[in-house]
Design a protein around this ligand. Sequence first.
Ligand code: FES
Length: 113
Amino acid sequence: MDLPEDLPQLYRRHIFACGTQRPPMHPRGSCGQSGAQPLWERLGQKIEAAGLSAEVGFTISGCLGFCSAGPLMVIYPEGVWYRPRSEADIDHIFVRHIQQDTVAEDQVVVLSR
Ligand code: FES
């Protein structure tokens, strides 16, 4: 069996964006409570409008495990985590990471356990 790195890749990049929505007073909070939904809608629209749907996977995921840091998204294969706060942040990440193949360093969030 081939090692995973030898397998052909379906996408050039794959974005996972947390879509978890917990009740307002939930102690863990959630990315949904932090305003994730309109940001992910914008990102999905930008991918589609740019004609990149076949090469950039975009998946609304369950909880990514760092709820208080949200809204969170992670882009593979680099494994870079972002915490966009506004549509302008989404636009910046899209241009830098997806279109220019460069990390949007000012939007990166470094998480620790
Ligand atoms: S709710 Fe988004 S990381 Fe947990």
